[in-house]
Design a protein around this ligand. Sequence first.
Ligand SMILES: [Cu+2]
Length: 166
Amino acid sequence: MQFKVLAVATSAFALVACGGGEKKAEDTAAVAPAVESPAAAAPAAAAGAVAASPITGQMHSVNMIGDEKGYRFEPATLTVKAGDGVKFVSVKGGPHNVAFDPATAGASAAQITANMPEASGELTGKMLVTDGEAWTMSFGGIAAGTYSVVCTPHQAMNMVMKITVQ
Ligand SMILES: [Cu+2]
């Protein structure tokens, strides 16, 4: 039952997040290797790609918890500086993940995704399945602003937080 809820929540979020763009991306990926020579493809890939920006500042920690009190990030608000790192720990009640709301990601969207190790999609980090599992992302190169973050499996249970980058 838990997996069914997860699947539905993930699908709903994916539809909202990707809109009609997903099909086009697949088409491009399928066609590009056959049509373009490696020499022609390399500059285009380099221009469009964003490299991960490393952690150069302070580390912060956020716990992800689901228990009798509900599903939540602790703390639910966090202020960091660009270049800081945030370690998300799935303490209990997973699976949990970290997904940035595309509406608040703005011009930093590509950098956010690039900074997510083992990203499971655009703006979406690794799914943490096991209690105690941790996942760290860098806030290097991310513009100042306030970003809304959700745990995709528990979005409907209001597992949300806000991260402000100064
Ligand atoms: Cu969760």
